[in-house]
Design a protein around this ligand. Structure first.
Ligand code: NAD
Length: 385
């Protein structure tokens, strides 16, 4: 059996952000909390949306007190604001961090107890209020996923919370909001989206509904990420990347992520690396390790992006894919892991047993074509170093 969950409505295209007030109104919003990435808290377009909500008779307030790779404290503060304001709906604007905080504010507003009780799969008892998600990075796809990633500050764990109740009611994907991204941010979130596409396709949970979406995500990124990085004002490349990121989210939330994500969460937490970067540095090494477990699927990916012919053997197609991922990282100036982690190899090695254990604990490596043992995960970290 295959099942495909998605927001009730998905809008794409330049200027689609202007539809947010109408969409909220149609969802029955009477008082809306905007959860806005600090980068955009005073942006003109946010003020315009607020004025349009006012004109519709929907009072609104803004919460922006959140950080990249957000924490339970951000959610607690936002939930207090949601309750204090008497909101009945949420408009989330920002990268994956703002979107995830918004999702958990909505969930916390209708459920009692500490956030950690929701960690894992399908553990949120009550649905939250309507939530409209508007991404400003072309990376996580959180606007169309059943996932939120929040750090539990007491246990120092990046919690993966997966529940159909976290799927936004609507997603508005307006690429114009991504044009302000710096080159490094464009690179890291772009390779993050690529990781979603590849992992969704090779996952043990891949299915006929997610496969075409995952491949479409990957081919768009192959055709557009370098251009979006080299020419930040390139509207068509930015638009394609925004749609690809959306597709990556739709694909992995209905299939799964795998080993890259399992390893990336403890790495990002221990060395304070942004999520996109921690995925980017791991993707080539993990792909080389994993393809022997699913040669035909990885070869499909290589052929879909035109770097291997139909006649090429699966093995050579998989090698071509691994090489391309290395080249892509080099072209986008993605650093090596040692450059991100301070260069102290002994300190790094001391963290490996815990990172490997946390990766396995997350459940994501179990979806990988080859399910690694802890010592193999430690070796992969060393290879990425
Ligand atoms: P982010 O939201 O953490 O943002 C990174 C930085 O970019 C922030 O400083 C932010 O202010 C800034 N920023 C955002 N949009 C910008 C723009 N248009 N121009 C300039 N700066 C901008 O980055 P992200 O990669 O989108 O999200 C990462 C988070 O999402 C992590 O916590 C990760 O674990 C989580 N995540 C969630 C899902 C999901 O399905 N919910 C999937 C993957 C990752």
């Amino acid at each position: 059996m295959a099942r495909f969950d998605s927001p009730q409505a998905i809008l794409t295209g330049g200027g689609s952000r202007r539809e947010a007030p109408e969409i909220l109104s149609a969802l029955g919003a009477h008082r809306t909390l905007l959860v806005v990435d600090p980068f955009f808290s005073t942006a003109d377009f946010v003020l315009e949306i607020r004025s349009a909500l006012d004109r519709k008779g929907i009072p609104n307030d803004v919460f922006s007190d959140l950080q990249p790779d957000p924490t339970d404290q951000n959610v607690i503060a936002g939930t207090e604001r949601f309750r204090g304001f008497g909101a009945d709906s949420v408009l989330a604007i920002g990268g994956g961090s703002a979107l995830d905080v918004a999702k958990m504010i909505a969930a916390a507003s209708t459920n009692i107890g500490p956030l950690r009780q929701f960690q894992g799969y399908h553990r949120i008892p009550n649905a939250g209020p309507p939530l409209v998600a508007m991404p400003t990075t072309a990376g996580t796809g959180s606007e169309a996923t059943k996932v939120a990633v929040i750090t539990d500050t007491e246990r120092s764990v990046k919690m993966m919370i997966l529940d159909a109740k976290l799927m936004p009611s609507a997603a508005i994907v307006d690429y114009e909001l991504t044009m302000s991204m710096s080159k490094p941010l464009t690179a890291h979130v772009g390779v993050d989206a690529l990781t979603h596409g590849i992992e969704a396709y090779v996952s043990r949970k891949a299915n006929p509904l997610t496969d075409p979406v995952a491949l479409s995500c990957i081919t768009k990124i192959h055709a557009n990420l370098r251009t979006a990085w080299a020419d930040p004002g390139h509207a068509r490349a930015r638009e394609a990347m925004s749609v690809a990121a959306l597709q990556g989210g739709l694909a992995f939330t209905n299939s799964s992520v795998c080993l890259v994500h399992g390893m990336s969460r403890p790495l990002g937490l221990l060395f304070t690396l942004p999520h996109g970067l921690s995925n980017s540095v791991l993707l080539p090494a993990v792909t080389r390790f994993s393809w022997p477990g699913s040669k035909a699927r990885y070869a499909d990916v290589a052929r879909a992006i035109g770097i291997a012919s139909v006649k090429a053997s699966n093995e050579s197609a998989c090698e071509a894919l691994s090489d391309w991922l290395d080249e892509l990282n080099a072209d986008l100036h993605v650093p090596r892991l040692r450059e991100c982690c301070g260069g102290d190899v002994e300190k790094f090695r001391a963290t490996l047993p815990k990172m490997a254990a946390d990766a396995l604990e997350s459940g994501s490596p179990q979806n990988n074509p080859i399910v690694p043992a802890a010592n193999q995960i430690m070796e992969l970290f060393e290879i990425a170093w």
